[in-house]
Design a protein around this ligand. Structure first.
Ligand code: UD1
Ligand code: CA
Length: 454
């Protein structure tokens, strides 16, 4: 294998996206599109990845900084000019350079690998990734001679009628002999319909110099979609969604509705998990075996154990154990740690809290900045009063405690092991171990009074 390098072209403004966001940063299932390109290139063992960016590219740098080198293309004078910007970093290196666009996120690692292999096998100086499409309008056309050898690429705006009828198109991905590439780029002119320096001219330049120029034809038309507007973005998102969902289906995950399940590229799911429609799983999320998720559930950056059930709920940046039952309509906010066999029921919000094994918060509660031990039962409507208007305070409820319905726990406060709180109490002092706390006004019954009022 030759040394391998990559140049990702991403300096175009992407004006057709009509967005403040730099085009290659538009997310597809929660990952910027350019990140898919980088991920797909990694398995091909490229030694150096150079991304060509334009003005306002600071955000791009922030998003993918640690993985690539950047070069700036001050003015967008064409794709050849863009590749030239990488000269300082790559010139004189021996090996193969793949040039790809930052806006073609669906090209797979297998396809990149295949074009590299084909290129090296043929001993070519240039190999174009091409495909045949029903409607070639807008793309560069592949011109072959009578024997089928690639001669050149003609851009849409420079193509004559016969050339316009050709349906084999340039996908915008190429492998080049690195030294031959930078030598040929120096000969590219902007004498064409768009007055741009076309990278595609390198093909004809090499061909005329008697070098081997080939094309690797891919069958999959979907893979090569370039994202120029939000229609293409929506199409690509759908294709990516299906691609990811099919991986999970093959791994033994049941999706009740493949079209209405949104799973991010970094999510991992064990076998025998069932996912109901309207579920969105993103970030670094893991779902353990045999769990049931959804319908209409959003889980971001969470680790969920085995055999847990999460229905109609939102769970963010938290850890949930096994055999847990959450929802319907629960909100688990960041930094929550829920143990095994815990129940968090309907209309319960939990924030930055720990709920240990076998505890239950079944209905209409707010648990914030709290630590609950094992076997705790929090009655309906009970809340931690964690915020005094300035600061947050902590509540501790130790093992085996029973919190009666509609209790206010005014933090900071500790309810010691095994204690019992009478319903309706407002607790602002620690409760000792095994004690019963009652903190409410005693009831007074006034005989006959109701009748008088009526
Ligand atoms: C290009 C190809 C065309 C091919 C098509 C596939 C050329 C001349 N034509 O056309 O044959 O069929 O892609 O999608 O290359 N870019 C820069 N700097 C520039 C110009 C472009 O970084 O000065 C980047 C863009 O951000 C984009 C990529 O290069 O990622 C392709 O540029 P674009 O203008 O979209 O080329 P097309 O006209 O689509
Ligand atoms: Ca394009």
């Amino acid at each position: 294998m030759e040394n391998r390098y990559a140049v990702i072209l991403a300096a175009g403004q992407g004006t057709r996206m009509k967005s403040k966001l730099y085009k290659v940063l538009h997310p597809i299932l929660d990952r910027p599109m350019i990140q898919y390109v980088i991920e797909a290139l990694k398995p091909t063992n490229v030694e150096q990845l150079v991304t060509v960016v334009g003005h306002g590219a600071d955000e791009v740098k922030k998003a993918i900084d640690d993985e690539v080198d950047f070069v700036m293309q001050e003015e967008q004078l064409g794709t050849a000019h863009a590749v030239m910007q990488a000269e300082a970093l790559l010139e004189n290196k021996r090996g193969t350079t793949i040039v790809v666009c930052g806006d073609t996120p669906l090209i797979t690692a297998e396809t990149y690998q295949a074009i590299f292999d084909y290129h090296e096998e043929k001993g070519a100086k240039a190999t174009i990734l091409t495909t045949k499409v029903a409607n070639p309008v807008g793309y560069g056309r592949i011109i072959r001679d009578e024997t089928g050898h690639v001669e050149k690429i003609v851009e849409q705006k420079d193509a004559n009628e016969a050339e316009q009828r050709i349906n084999e198109i340039n996908t915008g991905t190429y492998c080049f002999d690195n030294e031959a590439l930078f030598a040929a780029l120096k000969q590219v002119s902007n004498d064409n319909a768009q007055e741009e320096y076309y990278l595609t001219d390198v093909i004809e330049i090499m061909k005329n110099a008697g070098e081997i120029v080939t094309a690797y034809v891919t069958e999959d038309e979907d893979e090569i979609i370039g994202i120029n507007d939000r229609v293409a973005l929506a199409t690509a998102s759908n294709l990516m969604k299906r691609r990811i969902n099919e991986i999970h289906l093959r791994n033994g995950v049941t999706l009740m509705d493949i079209d209405n399940t949104y799973i991010g590229p970094d999510v991992t799911i064990d076998s025998d998990v069932t996912i109901y429609p309207g579920t969105v799983l993103t970030g670094e999320t893991h779902i353990g075996a045999s769990s049931i998720i959804g319908p209409n559930t959003e889980i971001v950056d969470c680790h969920i154990g085995n055999n847990s059930l999460i229905r109609q709920s939102v769970v963010t940046n938290s850890k949930i154990g096994s055999n847990v039952n959450i929802g319907p309509f629960a909100h688990i906010r960041p930094e929550t740690n829920i143990g095994d066999e815990v129940r968090v029921g309907n209309f319960v919000e939990v924030k930055k809290s720990t709920i240990d094994n076998r505890s239950k918060v079944s209905h209409l509660s707010y648990i914030g900045d709290a630590t609950l031990g094992t076997n705790v039962n929090v009655g309906c409507g009970s809340i931690t009063v964690n915020y005094d208007g300035k600061n947050k305070h902590e509540t501790v409820i130790e093992d085996d405690s029973f919190i009666g319905c509609n209790t206010n726990l005014i933090a900071p406060v500790t309810v010691k092991k095994g204690s019992l709180i009478a319903a309706g109490s407002t607790i602002n002092e620690d409760v000792p171990e095994d004690a019963l706390a009652i903190a409410r006004t005693p009831q007074v019954n006034k005989e006959g009074y109701a009748k008088k009022f009526k």
